[in-house]
Design a binder for this molecule. Sequence first.
Ligand code: ADP
Ligand code: MG
Length: 298
Amino acid sequence: MSGFVEKPEPLQVPGLVHLHTGKVRELYQNEAGELVMVASDRLSAYDWVLPSEIPDKGRVLTQLSLWWFDQLADLVPNHVVSTELPKGAPADWEGRTLVCKSLEMVPVECVARGYLTGSGLLEYKESRTVCGLALPEGLVDGSELPAPIFTPAAKAAVGEHDENVSYEEVARQVGAETAAQLRQTTLAVYGRARDIARERGLILADTKFEFGYAGEELILADEVLTPDSSRFWPADQWEPGRAQPSYDKQFVRNWLTSPASGWDRGSEQPPPALPQDVVDATRAKYIEAYERLTGTPW
Ligand SMILES: Nc1ncnc2c1ncn2[C@@H]1O[C@H](COP(=O)(O)OP(=O)(O)O)[C@@H](O)[C@H]1O
Ligand SMILES: [Mg+2]
């Protein structure tokens, strides 16, 4: 089972047409035809959007994305038009709303990995490859790869997991030229971000980008380099051979799978609401990620 424990009712704002309720974001279109992305405080874990919110999470992730877009601006153009609140929007949207260029999205999740874990590790254990790329023997959970790799995934239908695909498959789908540009840009952006994170004591293990076209121009879209789209690990606790402490959802996962939650992950039951201390600790983690990366107090 998966999905929303409680499906939210999207807010209606005059002048905005509601397009989509994502796990975390609400998408609208404004009268200029731009995309208005509003990041909620929702949190997902184990394929469920939990019934508890993490106060300010949407703001933290939006501000972090904006900060990253700035760090990357000389490498790739991005979709941000403004952070101005649409007329009539509630005050609570402040800080969590981005007005973006509405792009023709490339239907590929552009993942870069510098370390082996997650779905990459699963494939490696079966075939010593990730997305069909051969890797050296002897790597374990959390190992650094000899060099960062582009490991694209096909966007899955709602409720399903994205599926890792080979570079050749991407090239067939979007054309050789676009595929090459996606790979080159993804690895360039990953490299820049990894170096910035490393200076601040964080390992950027992997991350996912989405790109879209405005005419002929390839533009970096969606959210970038947040704890929701990336794995950041505290460098001083990195220890290959085990699961690394994740930056964001560690407390939530630990609690949900502990007897205290009373929840059975394998059952059909939706997960319960989080206790206040888990909410607080998770909020603190998101803020810590923001502060460590940007060097600015939240
Ligand atoms: N600039 C853009 N133009 C058009 N679509 C975009 C743009 N940026 C992001 N998107 C799309 O917005 C959608 C966000 O929805 P979704 O991923 O379901 O939300 P969430 O990440 O909260 O689960 C994605 O399909 C993504 O490809
Ligand atoms: Mg998404």
